[in-house]
Design a protein around this ligand. Structure first.
Ligand code: SF4
Length: 304
């Protein structure tokens, strides 16, 4: 057991050892006993459970309010044809070629390993009302580790968020909810067959999870990546927007325009980018789809 936050130190003379208990720690030094009490209610150290991540991005102004640190988890249940982080999809540690150099993607860490990097920006979070977002890949593929990390972040008073496609059993999501301030959840298509064709997963569980997350009371923002040839029609955007409106407590719907920034990574991984040559939607097209989404009555915006 380690000691982090010391609230009280009590020293008294004694000549014998007393061993540690759950919420306090006693050390015998020469003839004095020094008792350290942890701050707050029985605060336990995070476990040694390991998670597999592939990046930590500091000073992000996306994926949640304020200045944020984004932790990217490795592994995803889905295989979206447009995915701009293909190196996130496999849980395996991989090699990618970037600028003619080999780079290892993925490393195993404990919560303790990465907390110093997260806490380094504490002043920025405080000033900007920012915090930490867990992204991926799919955080829910490693729900136990994610829950430990979120719990630790909460113990420092940080704002916490996840970015998720929520294609996981709800029992995995439930592990995270007690430690979350915000869920940024994708809804990509209302037609399950088309959803499966482009992402390798049907959407029934996703829609059901959206309802359950909304009912949990955690703030939920719905996001829709706007992908030409997949869901960039007024009918589809309207269907998603009006479904989002039925979710208790959801106030915002964000439209994220398709981009091709990740396509070189497919080559670097020796993989094929399966979407046909499509252009990102124009500003005018996005403004038009935004006006359609706004018919739901939710606050809508382009980008997230
Ligand atoms: S859910 Fe996200 S990380 Fe997973 S394949 Fe789709 S776009 Fe990529």
């Amino acid at each position: 057991m380690k000691i982090r936050t010391v609230n009280y130190i009590i020293a008294c003379k004694a000549s014998y050892f007393i061993i540690c208990k759950a919420s306090y720690f006693i050390i015998c030094k020469t003839s004095y006993i020094i008792i350290y009490f942890e701050k707050g209610e029985n605060r336990k150290m995070p476990s040694d459970i390991k998670g597999r991540i592939f990046n930590i991005q500091r000073f992000s102004i996306h994926d949640g309010p304020g200045i944020r640190t984004i932790v990217f988890f490795k592994g995803c249940y889905m295989r979206c044809a447009w995915c701009c982080n293909p190196e996130s999809q496999s849980k395996e540690i991989e090699t990618i070629i970037e600028k003619d150099k080999e780079k290892i993607v993925g490393r195993d860490v404990t919560v303790d390993d990465i907390m110093p990097e997260i806490l380094a920006d504490l002043p920025y979070y405080k000033r900007s009302e920012g915090g930490v977002t867990l992204s991926g890949g799919e955080v829910l593929c490693q729900a136990d580790f994610a829950a430990e990390l979120l719990k630790e972040c909460k113990s420092y008073g940080l704002h916490t968020a996840i970015e998720t496609a929520a294609s996981a059993p709800f029992s995995e999501i439930e592990k995270l909810l007690p430690y979350l301030d915000l869920v940024l959840m994708d809804i990509k298509h209302m037609n399950s067959e088309k959803h499966k064709e482009y992402t390798a997963a049907p959407n029934e569980r996703i829609l059901e999870n959206a309802r359950k997350i909304a009912e949990s009371g955690v703030e939920l923002i719905i996001r829709t990546p706007v992908i030409p040839s997949f869901n960039d029609t007024p009918e589809e955007i309207k269907a998603i927007a009006h479904f989002a409106k039925t979710l208790k407590g959801v106030k915002e719907h964000h439209l994220l325009p398709y981009h091709r920034l990740g396509t070189d990574k497919y080559k670097g991984l020796g993989r094929y980018y399966s979407l046909p040559e499509i252009e990102p939607p124009t500003r005018e097209k996005m403004e038009y789809l935004l006006s359609i989404a706004e018919t739901s009555g939710l606050k809508c915006k382009i980008g997230g």
